[in-house]
Design a binder for this molecule. Sequence first.
Ligand SMILES: Nc1ncnc2c1ncn2[C@@H]1O[C@H](COP(=O)(O)OP(=O)(O)OP(=O)(O)O)[C@@H](O)[C@H]1O
Length: 346
Amino acid sequence: DNEEKILQHGGRHERYKIRVFCRIRPVNRNEAAQGGVIVVDKIDEFSVTIDTPRGQREFQFDKVFSAGASQEDLFHDTNLIQSTIDGYNVCIFAYGQTGSGKTFTMVGDKEQKNPGLMPRSFNAIFDIIRENSSKFDFKVSAYMLELYNDRLQDLFVSQAGEAHAQTQSHGQARRVEIKRNRKGVVFAQGAETKEASSAQELYALFQQACANRHISATMNVESSRSHLIVGIRVESKNLTNGSVSTGKLSLVDLAGSERAAKTGAKDHQLKQVMQDSLGGNAKTLMIVNISPSECNLDETLTSLYATRVKAITNNAQRNVESKEIAQLKEVIMKLKSGQSVEDVDV
Ligand SMILES: Nc1ncnc2c1ncn2[C@@H]1O[C@H](COP(=O)(O)OP(=O)(O)OP(=O)(O)O)[C@@H](O)[C@H]1O
């Protein structure tokens, strides 16, 4: 098991090494037109070599996917959906230069003939829910954000809707801010959350969110400058003992890394979004996407050096609360909303 688990405190905490996958995309037409010289080679399941003018460099990963690897292969090896249901913070993100295959990996192609990790995760969440519905009550909700020029935009609020809301609130734009709760879990305060009761509903929410992006995710040069953040909360109540656990799956399609590096100083919000994923309490998987071609050699090397984070260990922690605490919270909620609290509640 490459998760390198060390159980502590009755299984509530585990040391979790951040996993890093490397995915090499196929040569594209543009690269073929420039000669199509390939400088990247997957030499075994865990290693890639890069031919540079100064000699060959070798990089190690938890897994390497060559140009022939399918979307199914990649999703199969991520293996983190059960953890989300079990109450962990899980983060999967794609890193790499513009055009290296981040969106293909996370979302898939435009026609969804080859769906990526997001739609596959949506399906897997509801498959697991269906299998366990006799023992647990589940609630799935999502928020979707775009981070553009260091500003967080709620993708469930259309820009037309936002303009209307600003008129109503005397020009005050609704703000989404990244905050951290007492357990250290990062959340997007002020972001609209929507419930979904099937994978299809979740996908429809995702499509609605994409329609509200600043720039369409395909074709436009500008697309590479915005980060897409999809957050999915899964709350499960154990029907036998009443305990409640809340897991969060964050799926992040980062902006092109070469631009992120150039505007690095301004990316404060991105740091907060990612802070519980890197060195925090999440189970994190980073996928570094690279081009195989000589013409992208410099960016490929930069990406590979930048993602050598194998030493970072997270303290993954389940978010479970006992039946008693869950009940107390319910009582407090009722009191706050002015309802009476019966003896049986406590
Ligand atoms: N593994 C792959 N197999 C087939 N096609 C791929 C693969 N990876 C990427 N592509 C294709 O290459 C093109 C660029 O990929 P993609 O849009 O995913 O790059 P990106 O890293 O998200 O770029 P940007 O930073 O500009 O958003 C797309 O047309 C995509 O379909």
